[in-house]
Design a protein around this ligand. Structure first.
Ligand SMILES: [Zn+2]
Length: 215
């Protein structure tokens, strides 16, 4: 028996009405019904979806010219041990000081739970990961960093947070919903769609809590 205690869905729901980055219309998904039961014997839809809309994983190509794409990402890297950090009291950027108080296990995917998870509309002052925080996580030997914002950085023209992570092949998960997650260790499953040459792709992300009691 697989000892699963519970599964927490940490993905955004995709719809034409969903919250998108800076409320930009061009980032909104378009869903079109191409067949229905009035004109055919089946129901089918087609969707146009930006790779950075909703819950998604960024690859180095997003920021680095000729960087790695989705093709070279193995599933071993996205079904991994994960540590959720409760940073719901932080305003603005998450810094090295905010993270230094926390347990950051090496080789884990770190998920940053912030007050963003409790807001439904796009907040232009969303909590993000400051460059000092990104460098600190890199030095701790993490394999990936996820956040409950549609961007991991905010108003950083040099893209220093993205670079600190992607230049060191540390994965970035954006658009998470972490309201139900506790500051604990989980198994993270965050497999992106297998899209050739893509710099990012949508993910159905989940946290699996494994049963630790006597069985
Ligand atoms: Zn992105």
């Amino acid at each position: 028996m697989i000892p699963i205690d519970k599964i927490i869905d940490i993905s955004m729901e995709i719809s034409e009405e969903m919250t998108v980055y800076k409320n930009r219309e061009e980032n909104r998904p378009k869903i079109e019904v191409t067949r229905n039961f009035k004109n055919s014997d089946a129901f089918e839809t087609t969707m146009t979806l930006g790779m950075h809309t909703g819950t998604h994983l960024d690859r180095p190509l997003h920021i680095i010219e000729d960087g790695d794409t989705m093709d070279s990402l193995s599933l071993e890297r996205v079904v991994v041990p994960c540590q959720v950090l409760d940073l719901t009291k932080v305003q603005g950027g998450i810094t090295k000081e905010d993270l230094a108080k926390k347990r950051i296990p090496k080789g884990h995917f770190i998920l940053l739970k912030t007050r963003n998870s409790f807001e439904e509309d796009f907040n232009f002052s969303f909590v993000y990961l400051a460059a000092s925080g990104a460098n600190y996580l890199k030095d701790q030997g993490v394999i990936g960093v996820g956040i409950d914002a549609l961007g991991i950085e905010r108003d950083q023209p040099d893209k220093s947070t993205h670079k600190a992570l992607l230049e060191n092949d540390i994965m970035i998960l954006e658009g998470l919903r972490l309201k139900e997650a506790e500051e604990e260790e989980y198994l993270l499953i965050a497999a992106p769609l297998k899209i050739k040459g893509a710099e990012a792709a949508p993910v159905r992300a989940m946290l699996v809590k494994l049963w630790k009691g006597e069985s």
